[in-house]
Design a protein around this ligand. Sequence first.
Ligand code: ATP
Ligand code: MG
Length: 423
Amino acid sequence: MKLPDEIQTIISRLNERGFGGYVVGGCVRDALRGIEPNDYDVATDAAPGEVLEVFSDKKTIETGIKHGTVTVVINGKNIEITTFRIDGEYRDNRHPDEVRFTKYLADDLSRRDFTVNSMAYSPKTGLADFFDGRQDLENKIIRCVGDPDKRFNEDGLRILRALRFSSVLGFGIEEKTAASIHKNRLLLKNISAERIYSELIKLLCGIGAGGVIADYFDVMCVFAPELGKVAIKGMLCHTAKTVDNVPPERNLRLAAFFHCAGEGHGGVECASVCNVLMRRLKADNAARKCVQTLVAHFGEKINADEAYMRRLISKTSVGAAEALIKLKCSCLLAMPDGVADTDIKEAKKAGELIKKLVADGECVSLKDLAINGDDLISAGFEEGTKVGAVIKRLYEAVLDGRLQNDRNTLLDEALRLHDSLMS
Ligand code: ATP
Ligand code: MG
């Protein structure tokens, strides 16, 4: 396993001082899969105070010293070094009451969640794999380290982490671990909304999201009970397929997941359920509003018609209209074969039409209108009165294609409207 220079430096320095130094967890898993790890976590038998002393010539940050984590800054990079730990009891089903430091790597690896996340590597001693993580990695299996019931009761978030890794890595979940997930799903009620939302987004953006949604829908309903309607309406399989069909972007995947959440198939009722759900999950406002807009307009039939499309963009934005087309195509493709062929063609044409409207610089928002209130005042309109109403009527006419977005045409029409409004 090839390690970045700063990690090599840290491990060599620990070794020179008589301590062990290993990369652990996600980075070992990813490196063995042939994927560049996001970040490297280092574990050692040196106590936190000893780590600070070994790196006393470097900048260090006492990140989570109580839990054994010290950050060392090398070449401008922050590297976390954590002392081998044994977690104490978990009385709140989320955090250990206390952590104890240990001299043994095996102890530290045994507290980790899944076998594929429980491997360590050091250039000196090679791979440490006490729980057959490498074999599970080859067989594409997520399996708890130890007894699943015990491990999920210690920390309920692991339930959602298992589903997230299954979706992101495209792995199956081992039988006993899977049964335990279903059985212990209510433990997710102890987990904060923020943690659930962040795991959910990763899960939804994974390559295996649809399968996980279909197989573990009961788990999703613990934190999103409103989704129960999806199953009652017989739309679960359709929802799962729609999620898989849509590109793996957060808002698109969320909208696909929630698009059948209320009465109807998309539309304002589903959008309002989605709003409640995302508020409860503490989603940020931008994401919540975007997903809500997508689900609300989802109920409409998309027409590849210039006036319809100009109106849709003016009510939302170019980005939202494009996203809506992607969603609509994904949903239609998730219908039984042949049922939606005509609608799919129409939606694809609508996608092309958006590109054309943008390329032609067409008026799709009030600021694109060839005249504004000042132009009307210069043309003799009294300030305030009627100006707003006339601009609005001109804008509507341009969106509908009844008027060209041309200054003179619009001024002529404005004067005509002025006379009729005054008379
Ligand atoms: P990612 O690529 O998402 O960062 P990761 O496996 O590195 O995946 P992290 O959340 O960064 O995940 O955690 C690092 C390591 O810490 C994991 O690989 C696992 O060994 C351990 N770990 C993290 N969270 C838990 C948990 N809730 N219970 C047990 N072990 C955990
Ligand atoms: Mg990580």
